[in-house]
Design a protein around this ligand. Structure first.
Ligand code: SF4
Length: 195
């Protein structure tokens, strides 16, 4: 079982606000209470899709999501950016892998506030294990979701560090601590969400 108490403590010491919920529904209700009348952009994320956040936040905010027909560049001017992560270490490192790289770019700079919504299934005990998870679990599952012609989508569930034209892993970001240009909040959920 992941040690979410330790993770929260370490994330807070890295400069993040951290809010923890037992269920994804509670997390979605919290975000709907926090965000009203603002502009919000989403990164590609099955976690956010699982929570129905686009639908609920769109009733009282302007929401941009390339999964719903917006261009990735439409996210650039939103006040708020919401993403998940592909892996997080109990020691506090937040890891994401991207192909187009709009998601990792938007999480680094340019918004007033960034939220990371993180299910307990994303948590690993240390940096190496979180990196392994991001590369060998999250990325291959995303390749399968996207029906990519990559070895990880066809065979055993692991990364083959492929040279496929359809490779979805072109950049890796590791947030060692909270980036300096915005507020950041990590929303930890004590249940599995997304990949
Ligand atoms: S590098 Fe290639 S094999 Fe590895 S996870 Fe990404 S797409 Fe799959």
């Amino acid at each position: 079982m992941p040690n979410l108490e330790l993770l929260q403590k370490n994330l807070e010491s890295c400069g993040y606000a951290v809010t923890r919920f037992a269920t994804g529904k509670q997390a979605a209700d919290y975000l709907n209470a926090q965000l009203d009348g603002t502009t919000v952009a989403f990164g590609g994320s099955t976690t956010l899709a699982d929570l129905g956040l686009y639908e609920s936040l769109s009733t009282h905010n302007t929401v941009f999501w390339h999964w719903k027909g917006n261009a990735p560049a439409d996210a650039t001017n939103a006040e708020i950016y919401i993403s998940s992560v592909n892996g997080v270490a109990e020691t506090g490192e937040l890891i994401n892998i991207d192909g187009v790289c709009n998601r990792v770019s938007e999480t680094l700079f340019g918004h007033k506030k960034v939220y990371f919504v993180v299910g307990a299934n994303k948590v690993a005990p240390d940096y190496d294990a979180a990196l392994y998870r991001a590369r060998n679990v999250a990325a291959p599952l995303n390749a399968r979701r996207l029906n990519k012609n990559t070895p990880c989508a066809q065979g055993e569930l692991r990364c083959y560090n492929c040279n496929s034209p359809e490779r979805i892993c072109n950049a890796l970001t590791v947030l060692w601590r909270k980036p300096g240009g915005a507020s950041y909040e990590v929303i930890l959920v004590d249940e599995a969400l997304g990949y």
